[in-house]
Design a protein around this ligand. Structure first.
Ligand code: CA
Length: 226
């Protein structure tokens, strides 16, 4: 049974999330403080984390930063309406997805399922993508640039694989959103920009124009075909 950790200080919302997730067949723990969440994530190693951003003890973004320092647990952040900048910062810190309050519990469950599927996707046995000095070992979820290992979250990995499978093809933000969600949720195209920014930070040379993931103005992105 998949273990989900819900970090949410509003007990009504936490109860609704727990009830729906339990009904969907997940094992759920609820924690209401940010400082206690970090400890719990390290000891209980949940399969997925649902993280409210406004938390007592320690801010949700802080918790996320701390979590991403050591692992790639799938994370969905929960934000209040109007906290658009927090949402983008959350994605930039490596969150895989977000929901905005008030959200439909059914949609949350659907997103949890989609994210778990994505995190566990077992692609073809021996797919290895090579482009320039980037090597992507798809089944092993391993990426190297000029021989050096790069750590990517499940979402960043999926985004990179989607682009690198078809070098030169231009993808719109909407197509990329689709690829990373597995299911076409109504979502925010700037989320793609945030993930691309992360990918570039990990992949691209520190200065100069992006070598691998190129921006196609007004449309989206493509992986360089050399
Ligand atoms: Ca809160």
């Amino acid at each position: 049974m998949k273990q989900i950790l819900v970090v949410e200080d509003d007990s009504d919302i936490a109860t609704i999330m727990r009830d729906y997730l339990v009904a969907a067949g997940f094992a759920v723990d609820v924690i209401s403080r940010g400082d206690r969440a970090i400890e719990s994530i390290r000891t209980s190693k949940p399969d997925l984390l649902i993280l409210d951003l406004g938390l007592p003890g320690r801010d949700g973004l802080d918790v996320l930063r701390e979590v991403r320092r050591s692992d790639d647990t799938p994370v969905i952040v929960v934000t209040a309406r109007g906290e658009e900048s927090d949402r983008i910062v959350g994605l930039e810190l490596g969150a895989d997805d977000y929901v905005v309050k008030p959200f439909s519990p059914k949609e949350l469950v659907a997103r949890v399922r989609a994210l778990l599927r994505r995190a566990e996707a077992k692609p073809d046995a021996e797919e290895i993508l090579r482009a320039n000095d980037v090597v992507i070992d798809v089944p092993r979820r391993r990426v190297t640039v000029a021989g050096a290992d790069i750590d990517l979250t499940a979402t960043e990995f999926q985004l990179l694989v989607t682009l690198a499978r078809e070098p030169g093809r231009v993808f719109t933000r909407l197509q990329l959103l689709d690829a990373i969600h597995g299911v076409a949720f109504e979502s925010y195209e700037r989320a793609v920009d945030a993930h691309v920014k992360n990918l570039r930070r990990k992949l691209e040379p520190p200065t100069g124009a992006p070598k691998y993931i190129q921006t196609v103005y007004g449309v989206g992105y493509r992986f360089a075909d050399r």
